[in-house]
Design a protein. Structure first.
Length: 305
């Protein structure tokens, strides 16, 4: 409960500071850079250096990509049925399949399920959501904006992304016996700054602008993202036997609100920026309700584990 309180307080503080205009306009970007280059790599190194790898470690990647492909198919069908334009389809194809499994996912899942869930969230995010943003996200933008996709550019994005580098380094360290105690403790302290910093950044950049023409696509998109996607994952894992912590983590990661970076990508390419901003802002707000609701439902129903 205290971890959830930290999340809520930091988001609220970010919103208040943004309204008071105390921080410079680029503060969210600076804080996000700190998370990407410092806090998240440290957290990844600490958790993967001592993680017990097995074939089960591949399941988060398979789950993330399966949820993405099914969600993308549902969005494609929905856009055909509703006869929405290409820009609307582009935004929904980005923001429904791609969830905020890192910046919001890691703090929320660790607060609800416990720190034992962190390695699974990292694998889901780095081998699933992040790779999907770099590959699938780039392809979606290219399809709708007419840009040319270069495999070398995608590979460069992946291979030089600091958290992904930390994933590789942490895996190597895992094979060589782990980190020295002093270094492990130091990195753990740095990694612990992720939650307050990233939640403060979320609050600082939270925007609520909803145009009338954006409401229907947003509601449909968030319904798939926050309800149908985690429901599908929960039903799949109800038929298999994995530890409860693992299964709950997979469902909650699938239930995360739309990815902030995916919204920024749509806005950068002028693909209905108001709709993208609304889906991110209202999605995160709704996710603070629906994700704990999923966690409660999974525990009360006994569906998993």
């Amino acid at each position: 409960m205290s971890a959830l309180l930290v999340i809520g307080l930091c988001v609220l503080l970010g919103v208040v500071l943004a309204r008071l205009r105390i921080f410079p306009d680029n503060a969210p970007q600076v804080l996000n850079l700190y998370v990407i280059w410092v806090a998240l790599p440290a957290l990844i190194l600490v958790n993967l250096a001592e993680f017990s790898f097995s074939l089960q470690a591949l399941v988060p990647m398979v789950t993330a990509w399966s949820a993405l492909l099914v969600s993308a198919l549902l969005v494609w069908i929905l856009c055909k049925v509703m006869n929405w334009d290409r820009a609307t389809r582009c935004v929904l194809m980005l923001l429904v399949p791609l969830g905020n499994t890192s910046f919001v996912g890691i703090p929320m899942v660790s607060a609800l399920v416990g720190e034992a869930a962190i390695p699974y969230t990292i694998l889901y995010d780095q081998l699933g959501s992040f790779l999907a943003l770099a590959t699938y996200g780039t392809l979606v933008i290219a399809m709708h904006s007419g840009e040319t996709v270069k495999a070398s550019n995608i590979a460069r994005k992946v291979l030089f992304f600091p958290p992904f580098v930390a994933l590789i380094v942490g895996s190597v360290i895992n094979l060589t016996g782990g980190l020295p105690t002093a270094l492990n403790q130091s990195l753990a302290m740095i990694g612990a700054t992720l939650v307050p910093v990233v939640m403060l950044a979320v609050g600082l950049q939270w925007r609520f602008r909803l145009e009338p023409q954006d409401s229907i696509p947003m509601v449909w998109g968030l319904s798939i993202k926050l309800v149908l996607a985690p429901l599908g994952v929960a039903l799949v894992f109800a038929g298999v036997q994995y530890p409860a912590v693992f299964e709950q983590t997979m469902v909650l990661e699938a239930a995360m609100a739309p990815m902030i970076s995916a919204g920024a990508l749509a806005t950068l390419h002028q693909q209905r920026p108001n709709l993208a901003s609304a889906m991110v802002g209202y999605g995160i707000l709704a996710g603070f309700i629906t994700v704990p609701a999923w966690w409660w439902l999974l525990n009360e129903s006994g569906l998993l584990g």
